[in-house]
Design a protein around this ligand. Structure first.
Ligand code: EAX
Length: 326
């Protein structure tokens, strides 16, 4: 015991004498997401890391854990609650299983365009929904963006909702999305994102639905022939921190993280816009057959029973507020 203490004291002395104030003071934080390096989330994580390093003068360093290195989105959110990961960039896919108040955001055809979605998420409604997430032992820093979701599959061109009949479509682990695809006649198969590519490749499922930034960054063209630009739901993203990280921070440090999150959101949105402009042409070049002219009213009608189910379970107060705000 005596010997151990001596060594420890000597080591502490050596460290503090040699490298005080340098890299030793640095804290490395894991920032996890399910999408590929270089994707819209990845660009956000990198921007977050740069901003945080700048504000903290190098005290905090971000280590990006991309492509589901720390599991699917449900696993990662659970990881935040138990403190095995510090920061997560996630869609709302599994979020409603933690904070049901956020499920309203997953209703199809709720947001009319990107501008409406962004302004509502950045405003009072968005703040209230972040608070609902915080009530679940999480620290929600900001709403970010995934984009309007579209349907891909390898069986047939989907021109109208009837073409979905019987198709096994992977959905996120989200009751509102599953209800919508059921109502439209598809056979929804919930699955964590890191499993989707292999499931498509092995034909365990026929199709999936995701925004252009995901379809492009996940190389979906390699395993999917058809893309229909249904834009059937706006898919938000959220940046969440673990309570154990948060509780270890001073107020000044918390403000740095909040500013870094805003920087991440701006970077991600810019990348979504870029992908929206270039992605469809890129997917066509790589062999996907793309249907751009979509009768959205028909799809809206086909998924409308999901609204009745939602309102029956959760009421229509927040839904009405979101509709009235655009
Ligand atoms: O958050 O699971 C999904 O389809 C999500 O869009 C993806 O993981 C990005």
């Amino acid at each position: 015991m005596f010997r151990f203490r001596t060594i420890t004291a000597a080591a502490v002395f050596a460290l503090s004498a040699g490298v005080a104030g340098s890299a030793l003071a640095q804290t490395t934080l894991n920032f996890a997401h399910t999408t590929a390096q270089g994707s819209h989330y990845s660009v956000g994580v990198q921007a977050f890391g740069e901003k945080l390093a700048e504000l903290s003068d190098g005290k905090f360093e971000i280590r990006e854990q991309a492509a589901g290195a720390l599991g699917g989105e449900r696993d990662m959110i659970e990881g935040l609650q138990i403190g095995s990961v510090e920061l997560v960039y996630s869609s709302t896919g599994p979020l409603g299983n933690f904070a049901p108040e956020t499920l309203v955001l997953d209703l199809p055809f709720l947001f009319k365009d990107y501008a409406a979605a962004r302004s509502i998420l950045d405003g009072e409604i968005g703040d209230e929904l972040l608070e609902a997430v915080n009530a679940q032992g999480l620290v929600a820093l900001a709403w970010s963006e995934n984009g309007f979701r579209h349907i891909t599959n390898s069986s047939r061109a989907i021109d109208a909702p009837e073409d979905l009949n019987g198709l096994k479509i992977r959905t996120m682990e989200n009751s509102v999305h599953m209800e919508a695809f059921s109502a439209a006649g598809a056979s929804p198969t919930p699955m964590a994102f890191p499993e989707v590519f292999a499931a498509l490749q092995q034909r365990v499922i026929d199709g999936q639905e995701n925004p252009i930034p995901i379809i492009t960054s996940a190389n979906m063209w390699e395993v999917q022939d058809h893309l229909t630009l249904t834009g059937h739901v706006y898919s938000p993203a959220i940046i969440i921190a673990s309570p154990s990280l948060w509780d270890s921070l001073s107020d000044e440090e918390k403000a740095w993280f909040e500013e870094a999150a805003d920087t991440a959101v701006a970077a991600t949105r810019a990348k979504v816009e870029e992908d929206e402009q270039t992605g469809v042409a890129m997917l066509r070049e790589r062999g996907m057959e793309v249907i751009e002219e979509v009768d959205q009213a028909a799809f809206r009608e086909a998924v409308s029973p999901a609204y009745d189910t939602f309102v029956g379970q959760y009421g229509d107060e927040m839904l009405t507020r979101i509709q009235a705000a655009q």
